[in-house]
Design a protein around this ligand. Structure first.
Ligand code: PRP
Ligand code: URA
Length: 209
């Protein structure tokens, strides 16, 4: 069953407030998104299965836990999702990376695909799709739809800020995908920006506006 998990750790909430602040420039914005993504990845990977291996400490031989298999994949939605990629890879350096390229048509607000490339063994992988913003949910829903064509083992969606409208859309379109977010904001404005949100994530990451 689909779940929405709001990660309320104080470090994440503190850094998210700095990210939201309009006086935070692109350099600091990128660093903070990177840090929050690492902290969130800690929570998103909480249910990874473990297995026991036998090793020898300097004192004694014994059985200890390691992560079972290394079959994760990270899929940033271009372009703002790229801002979260390294933060997640810091914690899961053996993950493979797929990319989905989408942008919202400013008139229709519909998501338009321009790129999709998954790791060759995606069918053996549990994927985490990352994008800072879940607004109308159009981009995330379409990205998940494209990724599902490749039959991954499972999909989670991780964002910094979600709008109720985007959560409802994913609930309807992809009830099997759990959503991890650092905040659920109030609503969308007339231009489908999240209120209060953080503005345009791509522009703030890359200084394009
Ligand atoms: C932003 C954001 C999401 C999308 C969310 O991307 O990074 O991908 O909007 O909006 P939605 O939930 O209403 O679809 P944008 O289209 O601005 O593209 P960019 O990342 O290339 O700047
Ligand atoms: N995309 C963004 O970058 N910000 C929003 O608030 C909504 C969509």
């Amino acid at each position: 069953m689909r779940k929405v998990i709001v990660i309320e750790h104080p470090l994440i909430q503190h850094k998210l407030t700095l990210i939201r602040d309009k006086n935070t420039g692109p350099k600091e914005f990128r660093e903070l998104v990177d840090e929050v993504s690492t902290l969130m990845a800690y929570e998103v990977t909480r249910d990874l299965p473990l297995q026991e291996v036998e090793i020898e400490t300097p004192i004694q031989r014994g059985k200890f836990k390691v992560i079972a298999g290394k079959n994760l994949g990270i899929v940033p939605i271009l372009r703002a999702g790229l801002g979260m990629l390294d933060g997640v890879l810091n914690l899961i350096p053996t993950a493979k990376v797929g990319h989905v390229g989408l942008y919202r048509d400013p008139e229709t607000l519909e998501a338009i695909e321009y790129y999709c490339k998954m790791p060759i063994d995606v069918a053996e992988r549990d994927l985490i799709i990352v994008d800072p913003m879940l607004a109308t949910g159009g981009s995330a829903s379409m990205a998940i739809q494209f990724v599902k064509r490749e039959n991954p083992r499972s999909i989670k969606f991780m964002c910094l800020i979600a709008a109720p409208e985007g959560i409802d859309r994913l609930k309807q379109d992809h009830p099997d995908v759990n959503i991890f977010t650092a905040a659920i904001d109030h609503k969308l404005n007339d231009h489908a920006y999240i209120v209060p949100g953080l503005g345009d994530a791509g522009d703030r990451l890359y200084g394009t506006k």
